[in-house]
Design a protein around this ligand. Structure first.
Ligand SMILES: NC(=O)c1ccc[n+]([C@@H]2O[C@H](COP(=O)([O-])OP(=O)(O)OC[C@H]3O[C@@H](n4cnc5c(N)ncnc54)[C@H](O)[C@@H]3O)[C@@H](O)[C@H]2O)c1
Ligand SMILES: O[C@H]1[C@H](O)[C@@H](O)[C@H](O)[C@@H](O)[C@H]1O
Length: 340
């Protein structure tokens, strides 16, 4: 069966996913798109033989759309996700699920009332081979109980429009999701520290930032977010356990000897670093849609948890204080165990 997909939002990552669904994943086809930028939507639609429709609602309701992908701006996600849930269609929504915890809760309520899971959120790190192996090692018991996790999330540079809050909402959000999943544990408190600022950041931007987390099981996590590190795109994660540690591998790269040096290149952007993860994410999601089964990836609850935790980080960024998180204490049975 070919899964026919409608895409809402044909900007940068929307076009990436449309390319992926057209040329990389087998058994999927994009049949309809919508973007408030009509010219862009028409151009993208024409390139894959799809129709550009006049609204998101018409994409959701189209007879030749089996499932919906949402890649518009974050504040517009909730409206489109709620429309897809109301139509009973599976929906893949890029992060964030919604920009307010209140809107995330509305989605949870609508999905729960529907009775089966329809929503998957685009936290692609859960599909990265390195993180998957790390989770397997932790679950095997080979390093004993996890005690401490050290992480770094570095971008070479960011646009001038990037704000200090985005370090929490746009950047650290990936670690928040992947750590909840890796540890099968919930974050209970956060604190943001402000180290000396790099001279390479714009005046308005606190860069780097150090974020500290404590989980319900007492695991302590430190995360360095440094988005003007200059040298490349660098994702590090090391989990220290009672009997050993497990570290995320660097992406495979050849070593080059020449001019008196032995060197390996550092990737420059997230597209290259997580390309395989995005492919696997869509392959598994499309397979669940084709089989008519619930998606197994990040759920609406995970989207809600990420928003609650990034809100707490932003509060701490401004106050410097530790912020407790109590809203995640009672996870609905509908969404299974923590980090699943
Ligand atoms: N998983 C990841 O690592 C990752 C990476 C990049 C972006 N994202 C997420 O993907 C989303 C899109 O990001 P982007 O970089 O492609 O942005 P973008 O600005 O390039 O594209 C967004 C598109 O949405 C369109 N749009 C805005 N409002 C709309 C509406 N109401 N209905 C339909 N279309 C609308 C805009 O015209 C634009 O074409 C964001 O939520 C972002 O956080 C996720
Ligand atoms: O939107 C991007 C993207 O999510 C990247 O994975 C992250 O490294 C960047 O910091 C963020 O701005």
């Amino acid at each position: 069966m070919t899964v026919r997909i409608g895409v809402i939002g044909t900007g940068m990552i929307g076009q990436e996913h449309i390319r992926r669904l057209t040329h990389v994943i087998t058994g999927t086809r994009v049949t309809a798109v919508f973007d408030i930028d009509t010219a862009r939507a028409e151009e993208v639609a024409a390139s894959v033989g799809a129709r550009a429709l006049p609204s998101g609602g018409e994409v959701v309701d189209a007879a030749d759309v089996d499932a919906v992908v949402i890649t518009s701006w974050g504040p517009t996600h909730a409206e489109h996700v709620l429309a897809a849930v109301a139509a009973g269609k599976p929906v893949f929504c890029e992060k964030p699920l919604a920009t307010t915890a209140e809107d995330c809760l509305k989605i949870i309520e609508a999905e729960t009332a529907h009775g089966t899971r329809l929503v998957q959120v685009g936290f692609m790190r859960r599909y990265d081979a390195g993180y998957r192996e790390m989770k397997r090692v932790i679950e095997s018991g080979a390093i004993g109980a996890p005690l401490i996790v050290h992480c770094a999330h570095r971008n070479a540079s960011v646009p001038d429009s990037y704000t200090s809050e985005m370090a929490c909402q746009d950047t650290a959000v990936h670690e928040i999701d992947v750590l909840r999943w890796l540890l099968d544990d919930e974050i209970r408190s956060v604190q943001v520290l402000r180290p000396r600022r790099t001279r390479n950041a714009r005046e308005h931007l606190q860069d780097p930032q150090i974020m500290l987390f404590e989980t319900a099981e007492g695991v302590r996590i430190d995360l360095e977010v440094f988005v003007n590190c200059r040298y490349g795109y660098d994702i590090q994660c090391e989990t220290v356990g009672e009997e050993g540690l497990v570290r995320l591998p660097d992406p495979a790269a050849v070593s080059v000897r020449g001019a008196g040096r032995n060197s390996t290149a550092v990737l420059q952007d997230w597209q290259g670093r997580f390309e395989n993860a995005f492919d696997t994410e869509f392959r598994e999601w499309a397979a669940s849609v084709a089989a008519g089964t619930e998606p197994t990836g990040p759920s609406s609850w995970d989207g809600y948890a990420a928003t609650v935790i990034t809100d707490a980080l932003v509060t701490s960024l401004h106050s410097g204080e530790t912020v407790r998180i109590d809203a995640l204490a009672t996870r609905p049975a509908f969404y299974g165990g923590a980090g699943r």
